[in-house]
Design a protein around this ligand. Structure first.
Ligand SMILES: Nc1ncnc2c1ncn2[C@@H]1O[C@H](COP(=O)(O)OP(=O)(O)OP(=O)(O)O)[C@@H](O)[C@H]1O
Length: 274
């Protein structure tokens, strides 16, 4: 690595967290003698994401996965370190300041179906990022294209969230996230709470997006089978630190860190080559 020039080492990195720490003030602690108390939930996280990569972020509940995603999305500020995309710093800011970044990096939040405004038809819900970010082009065509990519019947565009199924709503949320044609999609537990056939459908949508559009994926998931199916690399978080990271097959067949072993022990029949 030491022999790499700066240009070479940066050429394939699309976005990254560099030595990021994040902490929260412990509620009520303002009134304690001796000042405020803080709890650090991310410690020194460095995470380069190459263009077109498929990366899973795994770890037990509370390990810090969603916080990493929110820092990377500039939804949360970082207390130390930095976030960048295409070599430009990314700081929480106004829609106008972050317009370039929001077009490139999109998010499917946890439980996306509940984040859809029930009063609006699918067509408007999917078009919303185009309007908000002031994206040029024919919005109706971009919406139709996004709906097609997630395998939704164009006839659904006129319906409201209450008139579609849970799996369809999940796909609407993904369509809304990909309508700006992002280069990185961050999906937080996109298949949790879905039954097996729906899980497969959603994973296929994400796999196709990567295969056909070259979109990089960062998947936050407890579902290690989904991780094996979709992601080339895995990052294991444990108590706010990176415990272990590497290619999925290698990491899951020869886990070194106890946190990785614990995760694997909870899934007896993971389809990983020995
Ligand atoms: N707004 C907040 N204020 C204080 N503490 C927070 C806040 N958000 C998260 N935390 C704490 O940060 C830690 C990491 O939370 P985070 O949601 O990132 O974990 P996670 O790995 O995504 O968990 P899960 O798998 O349960 O979603 C947890 O201990 C959580 O309680």
């Amino acid at each position: 690595m030491g022999t790499m020039t700066t240009t070479e080492s940066q050429s394939s990195v699309f976005a990254q967290l560099d030595q990021v720490s994040r902490r929260y003030r412990i509620p009520g602690s303002l009134f304690r003698r001796g000042g405020e108390r803080w709890r650090t939930v991310l410690h020194d996280i460095s995470m380069p994401i190459d263009a077109g990569a498929t990366i899973a972020l795994v770890g037990s509940s509370g390990a810090g996965k969603t916080t990493v995603a929110r820092c990377l999305l500039a939804l949360d500020p970082v207390d130390e370190g930095s976030v960048s995309c295409q070599g430009r710093p990314v700081l929480p800011g106004s829609v106008r300041q972050l317009r370039w970044f929001r077009q490139l990096v999109q998010y499917v939040p946890q439980d996306p179906a509940s984040s859809l405004d029930p009063r609006r038809p699918v067509r408007q819900l999917v078009a919303e990022p185009l309007r908000r970010l002031g994206v040029d082009g024919n919005h109706a065509e971009l919406v139709a294209d996004a709906l097609e990519q997630v395998g939704l019947d164009p006839a659904l565009a006129a319906r409201r969230p209450g008139e579609i199924s849970g799996g369809q709503a999940q796909r609407v949320a993904i369509a809304r996230a990909i309508v700006t044609r992002p280069r990185l999609l961050i999906a937080d537990e996109p298949v949790s709470g879905l039954d097996l056939p729906l899980r497969r459908q959603i994973l296929e949508v994400l796999a196709r997006l990567h295969a056909e559009q070259g979109t990089a994926l960062l998947l936050v998931s407890h579902d290690l089978a989904a991780v094996v199916h979709l992601c080339q690399r895995v990052i294991v978080l444990d108590q706010g630190r990176i415990a272990e990271a590497g290619p999925t097959t290698q990491l899951f067949s020869q886990p070194e860190h106890p946190a990785t072993r614990r995760l694997l022990a909870a899934v007896p029949r993971l389809p990983v080559p020995a």
